[in-house]
Design a protein around this ligand. Sequence first.
Ligand code: UDP
Length: 219
Amino acid sequence: MSSVLYAVYGASGCGRGVMPLAREQLRHQGIPADRLVFVDDNAEAARVNGHRVMRYAAFLAAEATERYAVFAIANSAIRERLAAQCRADGVHPWTVSAASVVVMDEVLLGDGAILCPFVTLASNTRIGRHFHANLYSYVEHDCAIGDYVTFAPGVKCNGNIVIEDHAYIGTGAIIKQGRPGQPLVIGRGAVIGMGAIVTKDVPPGVTVVGNPAKRMNKE
Ligand code: UDP
């Protein structure tokens, strides 16, 4: 008998952190752990942390009525490429969320998110596809987060903030609250260094560090 097959794509640090969340989520749905595998294009090991590791071609060839994958890879450009590849092959995006996650009212969350333990998404917030919110991060009210945005652990994204596609927010960064109708904007592909205190807009593609956060190697 065939059934649905679930994959955590990426068997490195990020993937090994997501796998137990994925396993727990499926356990709640009564789905056995052997329907959950790692997919990795480079891993040598046949098993990682008790789960089978498959190459992508083997995942596609395995007997299954449907396939789901979550992209547990911090690099957002790789996530985007793999998401397109999977979409073309009929593999559905999968959202994995820890049991301790709090989601408040009117939160619109795109496909394929990873919400790690103790993440909070506060009310009236929109989040795009393949978002990663690592341990203890939060998104406060009235934020708009784009596609393929990545939060390292402990990111404090306060209210009225816009974060454009592919931005990366480092561990423990704090982003100052914007105003209604006048959000603080982190531009597309910007990188916020760990521990940065972001008090004003960050242009697209720029890396900022420090308190208050400033462009790296400038000023
Ligand atoms: N990977 C993959 N296919 C790709 C790109 C990456 O399977 O096209 C895998 C890669 O082999 C590695 C993982 O994704 O095992 C990424 O791990 P890395 O340590 O670079 O990053 P992290 O786990 O921190 O996101």
